[in-house]
Write a protein that binds this ligand. Structure first.
Ligand SMILES: Nc1ncnc2c1ncn2[C@@H]1O[C@H](COP(=O)(O)OP(=O)(O)OP(=O)(O)O)[C@@H](O)[C@H]1O
Length: 261
């Protein structure tokens, strides 16, 4: 039986009189891995920020895990995890301190927080850095900490905005595997990315957003068949109107060359 955990009706959002989301209708069931795709500026991050309660001013109705987002955002926040695209972290803290702090916000007891944080840091190959300040950590090291802090409280829905940014090949494989295992446990993953090959492999459903509207919604294989596309990348280009990329690249190079003469 279907069990919708995200229900969005006619979601609209404007910034400075520019309508960025133009009436999104969407239902997501428990256990789905949603690949939320779209060109730069399509409105993906805005959608995720609204669903996670970061942007509170929007039009339309949203229910998460059966709760109205406007009325019960704290109840919802306890049960979702959010890994933002450009998260700010307290870099003066060490990974262990940061994860324990995050855990305390979710009411996890200090003993359990210490154990969980230590285990997760070891699994993410960050054990040797657990007591170093994060100030000089590389992008990928910081991203690992963001991922862990989003997962620490065992959320039912995980929102991830470009979560693989900066991760090395081994970490990417591990996160992909983790997503598929979480989904098998019934967790729902809502995932924004431009990495088409990865999205194609891990998503159970693709939602394609174009200029604030959903223009495709379905399983990768079905969408590819329907549109006669050989890959998700090809489908993306077809539906978002970027089929002339070779010609465009030539024109861009031509402009550069002109300037140098
Ligand atoms: N706080 C804000 N104030 C004004 N405009 C905003 C704000 N946040 C987003 N926008 C605008 O909303 C539009 C959608 O932005 P959004 O970040 O949701 O796109 P995106 O699909 O996530 O893009 P990308 O793939 O580049 O990350 C863009 O035109 C952006 O400039």
């Amino acid at each position: 039986m279907e069990n919708p955990v995200i229900q969005i009706q006619n979601l609209k959002k404007s910034f400075n009189h520019q309508e960025v989301l133009k009436g999104i209708d969407l239902e997501v069931n428990a256990g789905e891995v949603i690949g939320y795709l779209g060109s730069n500026g399509a409105g993906k991050s805005t959608t995720v920020k609204i669903l996670c309660g970061v942007i509170r001013d929007f039009e339309g109705d949203i229910r998460i895990l059966g709760h109205d987002l406007r009325q019960e955002d704290i109840t919802i926040k306890k049960r979702i995890g959010y890994i933002p695209e450009n998260a700010i972290m307290y870099e003066q803290l060490t990974p262990l301190e940061y994860l324990e702090f995050t855990a305390s916000l979710y009411g996890i007891t200090p003993d359990i927080a210490r154990q969980k944080s230590t285990d997760l840091l070891e699994l993410f190959e960050m054990k040797n850095f657990r007591n170093d300040r994060m100030l000089h950590f590389s992008k990928g090291m910081k991203q690992k900490i963001h991922i862990l802090s989003g997962l620490l409280h065992n959320p039912d829905i995980l929102f991830m905005d470009e979560p693989l940014n900066g991760l090395d090949a081994n970490a990417v494989i591990m996160v992909k595997e983790m997503i598929s295992q979480l989904s098998k446990e019934g967790k729902t993953i809502f995932y924004c990315s431009h990495l088409m090959d990865i999205v194609e492999r891990i998503s159970t459903r693709i939602i394609l957003l174009n200029e604030g509207q959903i223009i495709a919604n379905g399983a990768v294989e079905i969408l590819k068949q329907q549109s006669g596309s050989s890959s998700l990348e090809n489908l993306f280009s077809k539906l978002t109107g970027q089929t002339d990329s070779t010609e465009k690249a030539e024109k861009i190079i031509h402009v550069f060359e002109k300037k140098n003469q």
